[in-house]
Design a protein around this ligand. Structure first.
Ligand SMILES: Cc1cc2nc3c(=O)[nH]c(=O)nc-3n(C[C@H](O)[C@H](O)[C@H](O)COP(=O)(O)O)c2cc1C
Length: 346
């Protein structure tokens, strides 16, 4: 079995078989560009977009759907349950930069499932297939994909059946997060569940997803389930270079040395200035205050960096915090750093 064939989604050729997951509130344009700049990202996805929101072009949806040069190939993910509106939204996505259109069939959040969207679509496969057929017929160029969970709960594991029917309906790729809706994010993603979906389809690629936090996890998922590629979400928030590492590991058996502290700080800066450019200085400030706890996971010891970053206001303060952090780290002896990193991890 070959684990390193770059994916082809309909006519869209990717460079690798590794995908950046949609993570509502996190996979904004600036972050997608940061992850892409590290290498290894075959395709990135927007966070879930409300079909109504994009059609009304409300400000929040327009922020989420924002794209730019370098942000490709791009998948736009839509949620909703009203077939006509989903068809119109899919065409809207195609006209606004989507190389691939995805339908969210996995979101467990009440706000979405109470309106019959997200993972509620798993509960009535026949109705869902009717909607998918209509969306597929209304797209002119972009291939259609679906992102599923295993089922609503253990009494209703529909993903293998639904994936096969989705393939018959013309869907070009299916991503399967190996949990049920009821599990939310608890427990472990089930590799057996992913393998069942792989076995159920005839020819389309199935992407495995859930709990890949290191290159070895990706190889295990590929080997065990025979999936065609891997989607990574939370693991990328603290290590946007995980795609580079994983692709290197899959193709050469070696993981490159981690980025230096200076390079990691530069990624934080790139994210901040990307937010300033594509949103606003205020959004960038709020985003970095939130994101520093993810970025700092691989930067211990760094408690002052985290504390100061949660309070900064201006770009000058942001720069000064990063400069002070790098100077402080440079002034420490390696033995001091090792012992305080150990304390921070404990
Ligand atoms: C905060 C959060 C937001 C998420 N938002 C989305 C979303 O918008 N669309 C989607 O399909 N999945 C969403 N997911 C699920 C992820 O895409 C992914 O399936 C899940 O986190 C498992 O993969 P991971 O272990 O690599 O993170 C979200 C997950 C989290 C934790």
């Amino acid at each position: 079995m070959d684990f390193v064939t770059p994916l082809k989604i309909g006519p869209v050729q990717l460079q690798t078989n590794l995908l950046l997951a949609p993570i509502a509130g996190y996979c904004d344009l600036a972050f997608r560009l940061v992850a892409r700049s590290c290498g290894g990202v075959g395709m990135a996805c927007t966070d879930l977009l409300s079909s109504e929101g994009v059609l009304r072009e409300n400000a929040h949806s327009m922020n989420l759907a924002q794209t730019a040069e370098g942000d490709s190939p791009l998948c736009m993910q839509l949620y909703g349950s009203a077939t006509d509106r989903m068809c119109e939204a899919a065409r809207w996505a195609e006209d606004h930069g989507a190389d691939v259109v995805d339908i969210n069939m996995g979101c467990p959040v009440d706000k979405v499932t109470k309106k019959d969207g997200g993972s509620k679509l798993l509960c009535d496969p026949d109705k869902t297939l009717g909607m998918v057929e209509r969306i597929k017929a209304s797209l002119r160029r972009a291939p259609l994909t679906c992102k599923l969970r295993l089922g609503w709960d253990d009494t209703c594991i529909v993903a293998p059946y639904l994936a096969r029917r989705l393939e018959e309906a013309g869907v070009s790729l299916v991503t399967i997060h190996g949990r049920t809706t009821e599990m939310r994010f608890s427990g472990q993603a089930r590799l057996d569940g992913i393998a069942e979906v792989v076995a159920a389809v005839k020819g389309i690629p199935v992407i495995g997803n859930g709990d890949v936090k290191a290159p070895e996890d990706a190889l295990r998922m590929l080997q065990y389930t025979k999936c065609a590629g891997v989607m990574i979400g939370r693991g990328a928030l603290s290590q946007p270079w995980i795609f580079r590492d994983t692709w290197s590991y899959l193709t050469t058996g070696k993981v490159p040395p981690p980025p230096t502290l200076e390079q990691k700080v530069q990624l934080i800066r790139d994210h901040y200035y990307g937010m300033v450019k594509y949103r606003s200085a205020r959004s960038a400030m709020l985003e970095m205050r939130k994101r520093i706890s993810w970025y700092s996971r691989t930067m211990h010891p760094c408690s002052e960096l985290k504390d100061e970053m949660r309070l900064f206001e201006t770009a000058e303060q942001f720069e000064a915090i990063l400069r002070r952090f790098l100077e402080w780290r440079a002034s420490r002896r390696p033995t001091e750093l090792r012992s305080s990193a150990g304390m921070a991890m404990a």
